[in-house]
Write a protein that binds this ligand. Structure first.
Ligand code: ADP
Ligand code: MG
Length: 283
């Protein structure tokens, strides 16, 4: 395509809510044959709510105190569900793909995945209610203070209503689809099933998300990765085309080549069609 055609295509896409950060992104997008999706906040709404909890009463309030400074959708669910305004936390730290930590009244609090707590040698007791929440597709967040396990919080997020139709449209365009998430196997497979996606990579840390992109690329595929979080930044940078949701984090947008300005995954299909049309590769 001529530079003029690229400009026209880029301009038209922008009107539809697809912002290309550089002209080459449109050309790259026209050649994409594989779309890798992040889960939380990308194919789900990113507005999870607390649906159940177990363990000590104070687990929720303590978790909320630490999550107050996090941008993660899970953090908002926890903060919104906590009854009281929280105490200030010191030395707050995000561990992308795993959780958050900080000091509350001089003791270290950890909120995040099972592995995140187990790294600190915190033992998590068996719990049937927890297992059943997990089986229902909720994400389980664990809370510990010092070396003491406090309890768990189950948060659940709804699928974006347009997501199944978007996946169908992408498959009709000949795209290979996969889900790549930091969340656990159970929640990941449940979402993938609703989208008709067979390839699922769960419990993937941010650096490993990028490695999965690399592996797919090594198989000769041209990959678009679509995500919203800090944890997606390495994968967005590694992909042939990184696509960030404007509803997501600043860091994701900086790492991406394309931003979808409407919180609607349908614009992903729009973007791919616009790219193929501009490059004269309509299928
Ligand atoms: P996804 O890839 O689905 O967007 P992330 O990589 O952001 O998920 O997070 C992976 C997992 O890490 C989450 O499912 C959650 O268990 C844990 N996690 C991440 N951030 C937080 C947080 N702020 N609070 C609690 N848990 C978190
Ligand atoms: Mg996400």
């Amino acid at each position: 395509a001529t530079p003029a055609a690229i400009m026209v295509g880029t301009g038209r896409a922008a009107e539809l809510g697809v912002l290309f950060r550089k002209g080459s992104a449109l050309e790259m997008l026209a050649g994409v044959d594989t779309v890798l999706f992040d889960k939380t906040g990308t194919v789900t709404r990113g507005r999870p709510t607390l649906v159940a909890r177990g363990g000590a009463q104070e687990a929720l309030v303590i978790a909320a105190a630490v999550e107050r400074d996090s941008e993660h959708p899970i953090a908002r669910a926890i903060v919104d569900a906590a009854p009281t305004p929280s105490q200030p936390v010191e030395n707050f730290r995000v561990v992308p793909g795993q959780g958050v930590e900080g000091q509350l009244a001089g003791t270290q609090v950890r909120v995040g995945t099972r592995e995140f707590l187990e790294q600190q040698n915190i033992a998590i007791p068996e719990d049937d209610e927890l297992r059943s929440q997990e089986a229902a597709g909720a994400t389980i967040v664990f809370v510990a203070q010092g070396n003491t396990y406090l309890g768990w919080l189950a948060v659940a997020d709804a699928l974006r209503p347009e997501a199944p139709a978007v996946c169908t449209a992408l498959r009709q365009m000949g795209m290979n689809l996969a889900l790549v998430t930091g969340d656990g196997e159970t929640a990941a497979h449940r979402v993938a099933k609703q989208l008709g996606i067979e390839e699922v990579h769960a419990r993937i840390l941010p650096q490993d998300k990028a490695k999965i992109v690399q592996e797919v690329q090594a198989g000769g595929r041209r990959v678009a990765f679509i995500g919203d979080g800090i944890n997606d930044a390495p994968a967005l940078a590694q992909a042939n085309v990184g696509i960030a949701l404007a509803s997501g984090t600043e860091i994701a947008m900086e790492a991406a080549d394309v931003t979808l300005s409407h919180p609607d995954l349908g614009t992903l299909v729009t973007a791919l069609r616009a790219a193929r049309q501009t490059l004269g590769r309509i299928r």
